[in-house]
Design a protein around this ligand. Structure first.
Ligand SMILES: CC(C)(COP(=O)(O)OP(=O)(O)OC[C@H]1O[C@@H](n2cnc3c(N)ncnc32)[C@H](O)[C@@H]1OP(=O)(O)O)[C@@H](O)C(=O)NCCC(=O)NCCS
Length: 206
């Protein structure tokens, strides 16, 4: 087996004893989260990530597939505001997709409330130079494992727009099940779109 893959299989579980130099996205015991992957890792953000976050997020092909809260143009101020929100989450739920040099994308679990508090909605994006390398499917599998094993979630869903077959494919590759098409659920950049409901679940622990 490829050494990097072997290492990823052994280390895919969340590691809260990671490198504290890169930021303060900590769990309740004050430990920094790093989930190792073959491309690098999922980890908490640090203020120093502002430059690479702005470089890759500032892309209409990315913003066009996300909620309106992800702006285009995406400025350094937008990046720093997002990073400070991400760093305030305990336990961490908004993670950077990073290689060994910089942040190349983002992935997050929006944990719901009230009767839906054991479920979360998944969102993600990747810098365009890195598309087509299988990075996001691996990142999705890693954060799903974190959500089930460390956050105690039982259901994680995602709702790509009908205009985004690449994202639907990512979810299929990561083991999500297509639950149905939600007609006219979205207005994005003036267009009415359907959304495609995907979910993955795990059984409650006895
Ligand atoms: C969608 C996105 C997350 C994919 O990430 P990625 O790491 O490049 O994913 P992959 O490497 O698995 O490549 C995409 C897959 O979709 C497929 N795909 C791409 N365009 C497609 C299309 N028009 N129709 C069908 N499949 C398509 C690719 O062939 C590939 O599948 P394969 O490995 O079976 O060949 C990335 O392109 C992105 O960030 N896009 C902008 C933001 C976004 O859409 N976020 C998701 C919002 S729900």
């Amino acid at each position: 087996m490829d050494d990097r893959l072997d290492m990823a299989n052994k280390t895919a579980k969340p590691d809260f004893a990671g490198d504290r130099r890169v930021g303060r996205n900590e769990d309740i015991k004050g430990r920094f989260l790093v989930i190792k992957t073959t491309f690098g890792c999922l980890r908490g953000y640090a203020l120093a990530d502002g430059e690479s976050l702005t470089k890759y997020a500032n892309n209409p092909k990315i913003a066009g597939n996300l909620r309106d809260g992800f702006p285009y143009p995406y400025t350094r101020e937008n990046a720093l505001e997002f990073i400070s929100i991400a760093m305030s989450k305990t336990p961490p739920t908004l993670l950077a997709i990073a290689n060994d040099r910089e942040v190349i994308g983002g992935i997050g679990l929006m944990v719901k409330t009230d009767v839906h508090r054991l479920t979360a909605e998944l969102g993600y994006w990747l810098g365009e130079p890195f598309w087509g390398m299988g990075i996001v499917p691996e990142a999705v599998r890693a954060i799903v494992n974190y959500g089930f094993e460390s956050l105690g979630l039982l259901r994680i869903s995602a709702e790509p727009y009908s205009s985004n077959p690449a994202s639907c494919r990512v979810l299929e590759k990561a083991g999500f099940v297509f639950e149905g098409r939600q007609k006219n659920n979205v207005i994005k950049n003036g267009k009415i779109l359907d959304s495609m409901m995907f979910a993955i679940t795990c059984e409650p622990k006895a």
